[in-house]
Structures are given as C-alpha cells and as structure tokens.
Design a binder for this molecule. Structure first.
Ligand code: NDP
Length: 434
C-alpha cells in the first residue's frame, strides 16, 4: 500500500487475491515462501509515454500511453489495450495484475500485461483515430514483439484500432510479424471467433456454473450491462442458448426490451454506426423503452452479466438483484462488482463468477490466434469456437475443483484466485528470484 499510494483499483484487485490465499499458506508453505508474494504484486516493467497527435483542425493534442508488463513467468506478456478517458496507471496495473491469473487459468503459455491511453475515441473521425494509433505505436513498438509482449484490444480498441496499430508496427519494423498483436482481421493474420470469444466464453462458463445446481439458461431472463464487444456477444450467445436478454446499457442509460433484444439492430447501432443506445430504442419502436441514466440492475432477471466497466455493480445494486430473485452473476467486464456486492451475493447464495475466470475466453482465443500465426494457418469458425468452449469448461472445472479441494465449495472467487496463484507461483519458484 505504501509503495502504490492512491491506487484504489490496484489495491482492490491485489487484496481480493491475497484474501483467498491464507489457506494456501497453511497447506503449501513452500509455495508462499520468501519473497514470492512481494514479487507477484510488483510489475516486472511499467512504461509510460507521451502520445502527441494532430486532430482534423490541425490542433495538437497530447495523451499519455501506458504498458504494464506484469508477469512473464508463463509466457510473453499478453493483455489488451484500453483507450478511454479514465485510463491511468492505477487502472492499467489492476488490469495487468488480474490478467496474470486469468491467463494462467486458460492453461495457455501466456504471461500478464495490459496497456492503453487516456485518449477518447468517441466522436473522433477515423483519420484522427488513425493518427493517434500511429503515434501510440511509434513508441509502443520498442517494447513489444511476438516473444516479448503481445497486446490485443479492450474497451475502445476494436478491429479498426488494431488495424491502424498493426499497420504502423509493420511500417516501422519492416516485418509482417503477425504474432505481435491479436484481434487482427481474418484476412491479415486474425482468428475467426476472436470478436465473439469473450462474450461467448462468458455464457459457456455461466451455463456450466448453473448446471452444477441443475439449472439451465434456457428460458431464463438475462440482463447485460454495456453494449460493446463483450456485452453484445454475451447477449448473442445467451439468446442462442434459449434465454431472453431483456436489457442492456451504455454510459448514457439503459434499454428494456421485454420481448428480447434485437441483436442485429443493436450491432448496427453500437458496432457499425458507433451511435448511442438511445438510437436503438428510437429505431426499435414501441417494443423497447430507453431510460436515461439509472441502473440496468433494477430490471428483474435470473442472470446478470456485468460487461461494461470496473465497479459498476455495487452493494445496493446487488441487493436489488437479490430481491428480484437473481440466480447467477457472472463478470464479463474486469472487476465490475465491488467487494461489498460480491459478499452480499455470496451470503445470499447467488452463484458468482469472477471475471478472471468467466471472461478469459477472449484472451484464450487470442492465444489460439497466436498458435495459428505461428503455424501460418487459419482455423474455421467452428473449430475455433469448439476449442474456446473446451477451454471455458476446463476453466470452470479448475475453479470449481480447486475451491472444493481447499474447503471452499461453490466459491469461484477463491477457486480462481488459488488455481491462478498455484500456476503462476510454481513457475516463479522454479525460475529463481528474478
Ligand atoms: P467496448 O468499448 O466494446 O464496450 C464498453 C461498453 O461499456 C460500452 O457500451 C460503454 O458505453 C460501456 N461503458 C464503458 N464505461 C462505462 C461506464 N463508466 N458506465 C457505463 N457504461 C460504460 O469494451 P469491451 O466490451 O471490449 O470491454 C468491456 C469490459 O470487458 C471491460 O471491462 C474490458 O476490460 C472487459 N474485457 C474485454 C475483453 C475483450 O475481449 N474485449 C476481454 C476480457 C475482458 P459507451 O459506449 O457509452 O462508452
């Protein structure tokens, strides 16, 4: 705490992991020996850089770029880039710390990292976004590489931004090094099913968790927060599993569509037109109701999938969900549920899936993209989705089994933290004090 003053989100993420570990210290003292915990909480490297760029009117702007390379004990650093005005070192560190354990849970050889900028792509022209991405990559390219650090997308960084970033990397290095970035277009080194992977994987995990209690998504009411990449694909997979997705949100408000969201329209509005959610309600007509501001968690549901941002579901919202009979909450976003809300849900015996397990499908499919790049092949959508489904079931099994083994049955937070810690900790111990 003293070393990282004021880093609220980073402290929150570290505390959540450390609170799961006393039982490991007791049973496996050899793993928690010496400086392991100290080293585990300190990033291997943090880079902060200036990103100057020119807008369409010729004005110069300066943003701040970040890359936190947290832990490479299992493989090259891997984790997304976030472009959003709220990005600062604290946010990037918390995300990179979480990413280390998430990546370990996938069973793939990838370490943990994260990066981004306080640049806001909203309302910017394509040309402005391109110039920003080119300036950002001009510095970032010194620090990344297919064997070193492999960024991907995250909030505010989708196919368009990855394209501009990859183009600039290729131009500067004079190398078509496909494995340096993931989330690329299928025609130039990308993988099928990567855009869908986080949301689809989240729903696979949720279905597995429900199955433990003999429950089925089929026929359930689902509420999703956000309406970006993760939220839309989670809604799509939930609907394909027989659920009715009755609401979603953006930073301006939320929409309730009792008959089930029209996903083609939602994709058109949010992903293609990059418009506000209110435009969805206008075009959908009488079926949908848009509520400005407010909380999407006030809409009654069986399953809640927070897919927008950190700390968006607080204790009060959790109590509303519980009062409305929610059966499961699964995190599509990173750390969207406050610690108090998690406690309330657990006490009410609501199934709860932490993001580092439930939203790992995106990075797992990124690792599949790296595999395809290394062997210069492109798998079909079906093959990639099958591998994703297998990986998500494996992650669910690992978390469930680890929680039982350590005397915390049904506690997926403990299961994910302990299993991730064991995998990373064992590798760090084997590689010496570095
Ligand atoms: P997008 O940028 O595609 O979408 C983000 C969505 O969340 C938008 O609808 C946005 O609304 C909304 N949102 C953002 N901030 C807020 C806020 N403060 N209050 C309310 N709504 C907000 O991002 P992604 O879908 O890619 O990412 C969402 C979350 O999932 C993040 O936590 C990310 O780290 C996590 N994640 C993403 C992965 C991926 O593969 N993309 C992988 C694993 C986790 P608006 O349009 O109004 O800004």
């Amino acid at each position: 705490l003293r070393r990282n003053p004021g880093e609220r989100e980073f402290h929150q993420a570290v505390r959540e992991v450390l609170e799961s570990l006393p039982v490991v210290v007791e049973r496996r003292p050899e793993l928690c020996d010496g400086s392991l915990l100290d080293r585990l909480c300190e990033p291997e490297r943090q880079v902060i850089f200036r990103v100057p760029w020119t807008d369409d009117e010729g004005r110069v702007h300066v943003n701040r770029g970040f890359r936190v390379e947290f832990n490479s004990a299992l493989g090259p650093y891997k984790g997304g880039l976030r472009f959003h005005p709220t990005v600062n070192l604290d946010i990037v560190k918390f995300l990179a710390f979480e990413q280390t354990f998430k990546n370990a849970l996938t069973g793939m050889p990838i370490g943990g990292g994260k990066g981004g900028s306080d640049f806001d792509p909203k309302g910017r022209s394509d040309a402005e976004v391109m110039r920003f991405c080119q300036s950002f990559m001009t510095e970032l390219q010194r620090h990344i590489g297919e064997h070193t650090d492999v960024p991907a997308g995250d909030t505010g960084v989708g196919a368009r931004e990855i394209g501009y970033l990859f183009g600039q990397y290729r131009r500067i290095t004079n190398r078509f090094e496909a494995g340096v970035l993931t989330g690329k277009g299928v025609g130039w080194g990308g993988s099928h099913a990567r855009p869908e992977a986080t949301g689809y994987g989240l729903v696979v995990f949720t279905a597995e968790m429900l199955r433990v209690r003999d429950l089925d998504l089929d026929g359930m009411r689902v509420v999703v927060s956000g309406s970006g990449n993760v939220a839309i694909h989670a809604a799509e997979k939930a609907a394909a599993s027989g659920a009715t997705v009755v609401a979603c949100s953006d930073s301006g408000g939320y929409v309730v569509d009792e008959g089930g969201l029209d996903l083609d329209l939602l994709k058109q509005v949010k992903l293609t037109d990059r418009a506000r959610l209110s435009a969805y309600a206008e075009q959908r007509g009488a079926d949908a109701e848009y509520r400005e501001g407010g909380r999407v968690w006030d809409v009654a549901c069986d399953v809640a999938l927070p897919c927008a941002t950190q700390n968006e579901l607080d204790e009060d919202a959790a109590r509303t969900l519980i009062g409305n009979g929610v059966r499961a909450v699964a995190e599509g976003a990173n750390m969207p549920t406050t610690p108090e809300a998690v406690r309330a849900l657990r006490e009410a015996d609501v199934l709860f899936a932490p993001g580092k397990a439930a939203n790992a499908g995106g990075v797992a499919t990124s690792a599949l993209e790296m595999q395809q790049n290394a062997s210069r092949t492109l798998w079909t959508f079906e093959k990639t989705e099958d591998r994703l489904t297998e990986i998500m079931k494996h992650i669910h099994h690992t978390c469930h089994e680890t929680a039982e083994r350590y005397g915390r049955p049904g506690d997926y937070v403990a299961g994910a933290n302990i299993a991730g810690f064991e995998l990373v900790g064992e590798s760090m111990q084997a590689q010496g004090i570095i």
